[in-house]
Design a protein around this ligand. Structure first.
Ligand code: ZN
Length: 500
């Protein structure tokens, strides 16, 4: 009997090993694999996914979980063994409630949707992608019915991405961000010319950009003895375990922020992965809380640190060693203002801190309308243009600038809200860290980032999935998800930059 927990661990470790092996193959596919490797790689990934799915949905695993639930029921909720059983149960129930036929159908629809999305992008025509999106919405509705939901089918997708969150709560959070940032967009527009960012568009040799990025994230605490950086078209982070975390970057010769802030962003993700509890690695407990909380770490290092004046007081002299001519005559004030330039733009991943969440609100509202049947897939570009105009005052000239820009919908719906959750959480954690550590600005000015990373390790990273997002925030900040600190941070910073 006593060995039941050992059985659970052995099964979970095997599943995790299979998933990390898939991650290695996936990383290689996006970084080094020659183009023609794609078919063989697809087969390998499908085989590993099938084995890992079979192992994880084994009814015997369900029996072990039930037995351990009885055995641990009077332990405290944050007892790690009880927590492991709880998070595994959540994952197990969600997966086993999905009929095999639906899982297979989802894979087919997703593969076809990806193909159609690529073709539609080439032609800049959403109509090519619309039938696939329609089928994806049908699959998502079936998925929601199988998993169960609180009020509306979209709840199931939101809860999948951000455990504990509902569509209604998502609407509320995004509503608060809209109320704060829509007027700010207007006010900044009147003063746009007061910020000059021309120095960011000079020629920045990509090798020097790479080194500058490595210097910055080494100072932050990204551990290159337990991770590495490579290049890929779209930067991403993946983890093969706490001691082997991979980030990628994509420096652009004529635009410094793309590569540099991309590196800071991915290193934020990477440091979260490197800080997860080693004693629970290879289990669902040793994983990040959610995509949104993951994003809180990338946004915190990229924006709250990397786009702060204090950071540039520290880093500008270093950057000038790499780019003496490009940054000649540029002072801290000028670079601080330039990297925070704000203007309405079409592409989400290039959006600044003021406009970013408006891009997310637009997607969330469209997804929810698709799921409820209030919007049809073929009408997405119209809805998109209308919202873009009302939130940002601009209209995309084609679907590439509009509804075809993100890959997400070819894999399913529901994940966008995580980006705004990430921003909100980053603001709350920042405020709490500041309360705990005193003058964060002075530390950053001195290039001292280890107190901040140590605080994040202790309060978030090392807890794995023991707490939900709300519980973690309540323990560290005293409140559940609360947009107020993030709003105050953005408002304060931009009022200062644009002298509003
Ligand atoms: Zn990210």
């Amino acid at each position: 009997m006593g060995d039941r927990f050992g059985q659970l661990l052995a099964r979970l470790q095997m599943v995790d090993d299979l998933e990390r092996a898939s991650a290695v193959l996936g990383w290689d596919q996006t970084t080094y694999m020659p183009p023609k490797g794609i078919v063989g790689r697809g087969d390998q990934l499908a085989t590993l996914a099938a084995i890992s799915h079979r192992k994880f949905t084994d009814p015997e695993l369900g029996e072990i979980l039930s037995a351990l639930e009885d055995e641990y029921h009077d332990r405290p909720a944050d007892d790690p063994r009880r927590a492991l059983v709880r998070v595994t149960r959540r994952d197990y129930d969600r997966i086993t409630r999905l009929p095999e036929a639906l899982v297979a159908e989802r894979q087919r629809v997703s593969a076809e949707a990806y193909r159609a999305w690529v073709e539609a992008r080439g032609a800049k025509r959403f109509t090519i992608f619309a039938p696939s999106l329609r089928r994806m919405v049908e699959v998502e509705r079936e998925t929601a019915e199988a998993i169960g939901y609180e009020k509306e089918p979209y709840d199931a997708l939101v809860d999948e991405a951000e455990p504990g969150l509902t569509a209604a709560r998502g609407e509320e959070l995004l509503g608060a961000l809209k109320d704060a940032f829509l007027p700010l967009v207007q006010r900044i527009a009147e003063r746009r010319d007061t910020v000059d960012r021309s120095m960011l568009f000079r020629e920045y040799p990509t090798e020097a950009q790479w080194q500058a990025g490595v210097d910055a994230v080494t100072a932050f605490g990204f551990d290159f003895s337990r991770g590495r950086q490579d290049t890929s078209i779209h930067p991403f982070t993946t983890s093969f375990g706490v001691d082997d975390v991979r980030i990628t970057t994509h420096p652009e010769l004529g635009y410094f922020p793309a590569g540099f802030f991309g590196t800071l962003h991915e290193a934020g993700h990477g440091m979260y992965e490197q800080g997860l509890p080693a004693e629970w690695s290879r289990t669902p407990l040793g994983q990040p809380i959610s995509g949104g909380v993951h994003e809180s770490q990338s946004r915190l290092w990229e924006n709250l640190v990397g786009r702060s004046r204090a950071f540039w007081e520290y880093f500008l002299p270093i950057a000038k060693r790499y780019f003496p001519s490009q940054l000649a005559g540029v002072d801290v004030e000028a670079i601080f203002r330039a990297v925070n330039f704000s203007e309405p733009s079409f592409i989400r991943i290039e959006a600044d801190e003021v406009t970013y969440n408006l891009h997310i609100a637009l997607r969330f509202e469209i997804e929810r309308a698709l799921m409820s049947g209030n919007l049809h897939a073929e009408d997405v570009p119209g809805a998109w243009a209308e919202k873009m105009q009302s939130y940002l005052g601009i209209t995309p000239k084609d679907d590439l600038e509009g509804a075809l820009q993100d890959i997400h919908w070819s894999g399913g719906l529901g994940s966008f809200i995580g980006y705004s959750v990430g921003n909100i959480v980053s603001g709350q954690l920042w405020q709490a860290a500041q309360d705990a550590l005193g003058d964060l600005r002075a530390l950053m000015r001195a290039g001292e980032f280890s107190p901040l990373l140590g605080w994040l390790r202790e309060n978030l990273h090392q807890r794995g999935r023991i707490y939900t997002t709300d519980e973690m925030l309540r323990r560290t900040t005293g409140h559940g998800l609360d947009p107020a600190p993030y709003i105050a941070y953005v408002q304060g910073k931009y009022q200062e930059i644009y002298r509003l």
